[in-house]
Design a protein around this ligand. Structure first.
Ligand code: SF4
Length: 458
């Protein structure tokens, strides 16, 4: 289970991993350049962002209605919807689906919700093969690691790291070039699509008006995952709804621009249900709609805005904390600023409250969010809640009590002298301040004393 001490230990190790830092910084720098070019397609980016924010907020405020619309329209075309309260129920339902159809292996395209429910581990326990078909996810699966970033799962690995990984796992040339890595992965995965009894994907958007699932990707692997096997299972959170097909006009370019710096992602599919007579494609299509803590978030009047996130990853790339401590330090499915906002609500028993304190409060996350979520403000609301619920240590509470007493009255503030104040600071704050930072030193004379001396006041 995640906890503050573990976070601090992992952060300490990661921050000084110069190789990983250099790789992450290089990838973020490339992303920043690409985003600038993606943005050039907009005459009024601010208007596009505002429209997207309004649409998403409207959906979140009327989620019950839009979800029913989606279900009605999707089932009308022969699809099936399964509602799952939590990860356990979702896992159970998916296993039931696979086992009842004697599915022995599945192909998966990138989906953070499947990470939420630990799908790969579940399938492994049931001896059902599962192959990640997105390149970044395949690399992470091969390395036995969780995704590092919600959009670029292997962001912390250089091309040399990947070549080494493939060499050790598959015996390929240890100096495999990026294009050879791509080619090798493609041919390795291709046969899996035809062997698999089911394809499992996420959804970028669920369209209420038409009951469609919109999936956007760059490699064509999601398309193969849902088109080749007989059964297509979509696993997605209940918040992914947008009102109408026409709204993709606003969300697809925004997601592409802020996700990867493209004007449009390469493959954008709208899937309406199982293949009709005379069409090729899956015979069955099931959408598993997962709550898994989203209702907790919806119950928060302020933090519920986080549900309008379109998972572009821009706030992670902008965050100085993420850049320095890295994605795995969060020990959470969703990392970075938005992860820090949502995790404690999605999984209240998961001990994620400390993540909302892992912030510089610089506001860069809010600045880059394409759907205008005031992320840094939501982190403050989480922090307020934590303080009200009293998880601070006794020492910290005591120190703030004395601090407040001193700050509220000039005569109290001047008491004790610099020597005592410096001693107290060292005594109580040395550890939490961190070994690598110099504690501030209290000046020998207070401002009040200097002012009086200067003005000759007694
Ligand atoms: S909070 Fe905003 S910037 Fe962060 S992932 Fe979601 S949409 Fe992107």
């Amino acid at each position: 289970m995640a906890d503050l001490q573990q976070f601090n230990r992992d952060a300490e190790a990661r921050v000084f991993d110069r190789k990983e830092r250099a790789t992450v910084q290089h990838n973020i720098a490339q992303y920043n350049q690409a985003v600038a070019s993606g943005k050039s397609q907009y005459a009024r980016l601010d208007v596009a962002r505002s429209r997207a924010a309004v649409l998403r907020n409207r959906v979140i405020e009327n989620l019950d209605r839009y979800l029913i619309d989606f279900e009605t329209n999707f089932t009308r075309r022969g699809g099936k919807v399964i509602w799952a309260q939590d990860a356990e129920e979702a896992g159970r339902e998916i296993l039931e689906l696979l086992k009842s159809r004697n599915v022995k292996s599945v192909v998966k395209s990138k989906s953070m919700v499947t990470e939420e429910i630990g799908l790969n581990d579940l399938l492994k326990r049931e001896s059902i093969g599962s192959v990640e078909t997105d390149l970044g996810e395949f690399i992470q699966q091969t390395a036995g690691e969780a995704p590092y970033h919600i959009v670029t799962p292997a962001m912390h690995k250089s091309k040399e790291d990947v070549a080494q990984l493939y060499h050790s796992k598959f015996g390929t040339d240890e100096n495999l070039s990026p294009s050879k890595i791509m080619q090798w992965t493609r041919s390795h995965i291709r046969s899996e699509f035809h062997k698999a009894g089911a394809g499992i994907t996420g959804a970028n958007f669920l369209i209420a008006e038409t009951g469609s699932v919109a999936i956007t990707e760059n490699e064509g692997n999601a398309w193969m995952s849902f088109a080749a096997p007989d059964l297509h299972i979509v696993i997605t959170g209940i918040e992914k709804i947008i009102p109408s097909l026409a709204d993709l006009d606003i969300f697809w370019p925004l997601l592409a621009t802020y996700g990867t710096g493209q004007k449009m992602t390469v493959y954008n599919s709208v899937v309406n249900g199982p293949a009709a007579a005379g069409e090729s494609g899956p015979k069955e299509m099931v959408v598993v709609l997962i709550d898994n803590g989203r209702s907790n978030l919806l119950a928060q009047t302020e933090q519920r805005r986080a549900l309008s996130c379109i998972r572009c990853g821009a706030c992670l790339n902008a965050c100085p904390v993420f850049e320095n401590v890295g994605g795995h330090t969060y020990d959470a499915v969703y990392s970075g600023p938005i992860g820090s906002v949502v995790m404690q609500h999605l999984k209240p028993e998961g001990n994620y409250r400390h993540l909302s304190f892992a912030t510089t409060s610089c506001g860069k996350c809010t600045e880059v969010c394409p759907v205008n979520i005031d992320i840094h403000q939501l982190l403050q609301y989480n922090r307020r809640e934590s303080v009200q619920q009293g998880p601070s240590s006794k020492t910290e509470s005591m120190m703030w009590f004395f601090w407040k007493g001193a700050m509220m009255k000039r005569s109290n503030m001047d008491k004790g002298g610099a020597k005592l104040k410096n001693f107290m600071l060292r005594q109580f704050f040395r550890k939490s301040w961190g070994e690598r930072r110099e504690l501030p030193v209290v000046a020998q004379k207070t401002f009040n004393q200097m002012w009086k001396e200067r003005k000759g006041i007694r």
